[in-house]
Write a protein that binds this ligand. Structure first.
Ligand SMILES: Cc1ncc(COP(=O)(O)O)c(C=O)c1O
Length: 302
């Protein structure tokens, strides 16, 4: 039973270096308080470099969004999720991982966790796919969640998904800075989503990012996230929206993104308080009759 006096272990409270206020003041002084602008561009470029997508046309791999949920929503659209589809999803996660599946009219099929890591269990994944296959159903996508700053067992998960041709959307909302065998979270799967809300490793107050090694997919995300609006060709007042059906407004605000510079650079440093909280969480769970989630297998860094 929970001790009502016990202090909660927070996920990752906002951490300000002191420089952020100046960046916000600059944004207001130069009137960059609209959606998009140089701060969003800079944030996308820095994240792209940090994730190792390179510096050449770097921001082509990252699309800043209004939230992590919006990034997941866009990611599912990019993977072609449509009404009536089924989408596999980690069962132990924040509800935002699964809500966009429903918003797109698809059905979430939840896959159980591995007892040691709390993340998606590869054997449960295999069972879930086999069960759906016996019913004549093929999942359109898998959302694998890197919970509490720890990546999933992507070696096994990618092998299973490759076998069945199921694209992966990595929900790395909580895992900026973590690595799996030296590879950064957010670089697994066909697309990945980060969150920068107030309880994440770095924060822009509220925001997210869709990332992919496939620049064409990210280009499509930018288009869909700005109401599927075509670039202006004439001097007429408004650009027509060109795609029927799915189009959303999901791009980041420039004033919010301006806090990114000092914080994004320190993502590596920010993982250590997250690591400390993780071990406090493990200690707190140690008195539980069925302790779990404390394991950090070799090769996993958070
Ligand atoms: C695992 C996970 N997925 C998705 C989200 C959604 O992010 P946001 O709150 O930015 O929409 C969060 C955080 O809230 C999360 O923890």
């Amino acid at each position: 039973m929970l001790d009502p006096r016990a202090k909660p272990i927070l996920l990752s409270p906002p951490h300000m270096s002191g420089a952020e206020q100046r960046f916000v003041e600059d944004a207001f002084r130069t009137n960059w308080v609209a959606p998009l602008g140089p701060n969003v561009d800079g944030f996308e470029r820095e994240m792209s470099e940090y994730l190792g997508f390179g510096t050449n046309g770097a921001r082509l791999h990252c699309c800043a969004t209004s939230s992590g949920t919006a990034a997941i929503h866009l990611g599912l659209m990019l993977l072609g999720v449509r009404p009536g589809d089924c989408v596999l999803c980690s069962s132990f996660t924040f509800v935002a991982s699964a809500n966009p599946i429903r918003q797109l009219g698809a059905e979430p099929v939840f896959v159980d966790s591995d007892e040691a890591s709390w993340n998606l269990s590869p054997s449960a994944l295999r069972d879930a796919i086999a069960t759906l296959d016996a019913e004549g159903r093929r999942p359109r996508a898998l959302i694998a969640v890197d919970l509490y700053g720890q990546g999933c067992d992507y070696g096994s998960i990618e092998a299973i998904c490759d076998e069945w041709d199921i694209p992966i959307l990595e929900d790395a909302a909580e895992s900026l800075g973590a690595t799996v065998h030296g590879r950064r979270c957010g670089t697994f799967g066909k697309v990945a989503a980060f969150s920068f809300n107030g309880n994440k490793i770095i924060t822009t107050s509220g925001g997210g990012m869709l990332v992919s090694s496939d620049a064409a997919l990210v280009e499509r995300a930018r288009f869909l996230a700005t109401q599927a609006r075509e670039p202006r060709r004439t001097t007429s007042t408004r650009s027509p929206a060109s795609t029927t059906g799915c189009r959303i407004s999901a791009r980041a605000s420039d004033a919010g993104s301006c806090s990114r510079s000092p914080t994004a650079w320190r993502a590596d440093a920010r993982t250590s308080p997250a690591t400390r909280r993780r071990s406090r969480r493990a200690q707190a769970c140690a008195s539980c009759p069925n302790p779990c989630g404390a394991a950090r297998p070799a090769g996993f860094r958070r």
